[in-house]
Design a protein around this ligand. Structure first.
Ligand code: F6P
Length: 369
């Protein structure tokens, strides 16, 4: 039987996503209702690793008052970072090189010294991999799945995804009229890392004519043929949605920046490349819209807000039940728990036989194959 909990901490890691504040609010209130104190760690684990950076403390008590009225706000009141994984922390060496060191013991020591019994870690793949490692080193941890990309395994969805798709779909709705008025091809690049969820759902909901996702390597000639076919039917404009991680048949992927120690590669630029190639092939005028970080901003939809509140409360319930090393997940029957080990380091790609993709094909959308 694990020792009863009195104090917990919560942090947010990786790229922000709408709904983070709702999870924090839910964790704090569900903990307070059990008589537990809750502490927020700033900027991933930086609040512990670099306390000197924070005049009000790198780890601060989160009261009910502090989280009142934040559930509908985008971003995270705790701050976040997608640099500086404590397991592979980049350190500048005197010879100018950068080396990675493991600083996870400093986190465990902090929890022990400050008598914090458990951590609720809200994050995507990277953060949940860290959470799993901390759990294996003896910390009580529950993970909460966050990402606009929806690329986390073992959960039906992550919070943030619905908001991103809703906003991107609204953008497509707006682009149809200007594309049609000018008889142009609008290429809309969306985030999603190596998974095509955002592009697929946005493209279908927003009536795109071509959707390019990383799971289906694209052939530019096939997309050009689709545009020409539309032209010949008198439909002189087209909307092409492309995921930032989409790749051509030769496996080439556009990058804004290569990976460096402590930071993953930055995807982007495929929209420009496709627009240029389509103009060359069809003679049509093209314009590119990169939705980028706009997809991460704004208020969470009610679906994401509700998922976030359910996840936060479920994380606290799990800790109360003595569980650890798990992630809260959303199944079709409601909230469930899965082992972090089953999630860490795995990516959920769009299955090629899923009905959403099939729907797109039935509607005549070109997937570049
Ligand atoms: O994982 C979320 C995400 O928004 C991806 O879709 C995107 O590739 C990445 O983060 C961008 O990260 P950054 O904030 O470093 O630009």
């Amino acid at each position: 039987m694990s020792k009863p909990i009195k104090r917990i901490a919560v942090n947010t890691g990786g790229g922000d996503a709408p709904g983070l504040n709702a999870v924090i609010q839910s964790v704090v209130i569900a903990a307070a209702n059990r008589g537990w104190d809750c502490f927020g760690i700033r900027d991933g684990f930086n609040g512990i690793l670099f306390p000197e950076r924070y005049s009000e403390g790198g780890v601060a008590r989160l009261t009910r008052d502090r989280v009142r009225g934040i559930g509908h706000l985008g971003g995270t009141i705790l701050g976040t970072t997608n640099k500086g994984n404590p397991l592979h922390f980049p350190v500048n060496m005197p010879d100018g090189t950068v080396r990675e060191i493991d600083r996870s013991d400093e986190i465990l020591t902090y929890f022990a010294t400050h008598e914090i019994d458990a951590l609720v870690s809200i994050g995507g793949d990277g953060s949940l991999t860290i959470a799993n490692a901390l759990h294996q080193k003896g910390l009580r941890v529950v993970g909460v799945p966050k990402t606009i990309d929806n690329d986390l395994d073992k959960t039906f969805t992550t919070f943030g995804f619905d908001t991103a798709v809703g906003f991107a779909t609204e953008c497509l709705d707006r682009l149809h009229s200007t594309a049609e008025s000018h008889q142009r091809v609008m290429v809309v690049e969306v985030m999603g890392r190596y998974a095509g969820w955002i592009a697929l759902h946005t493209g279908i909901a927003g009536n795109a004519h071509a959707v390019l996702i990383p799971e289906i390597p694209f052939d530019l000639d096939k997309i050009a043929a689709k545009l020409r076919a539309r032209d010949s039917e008198g439909r002189l404009y087209s909307i092409v949605v492309v995921a930032e991680g989409a790749q051509a048949r030769d496996g080439h992927r556009e990058l804004l920046a290569a990976a460096e120690v402590g930071h993953a590669e930055r995807l982007g630029g495929v929209g420009e490349r496709i627009a240029h190639a389509l103009t060359e092939r069809t003679g049509k005028e093209t314009r590119v819209v990169v939705l980028g970080h706009l997809l991460r901003g704004g208020s969470p939809t009610s679906f994401d807000r509700l998922s976030a509140l359910r996840f936060g409360a479920a994380a606290v319930r799990a800790l109360d039940e003595g569980q650890s090393g798990i992630m809260v997940s959303l199944g079709l029957d409601g909230v469930d728990y899965v082992a972090l080990e089953e999630v860490a380091g795995r990516m959920k790609a769009v299955p090629l036989d899923c009905d959403t993709l099939q729907t797109g094909r039935d509607l005549g959308i070109c997937f570049g194959d």
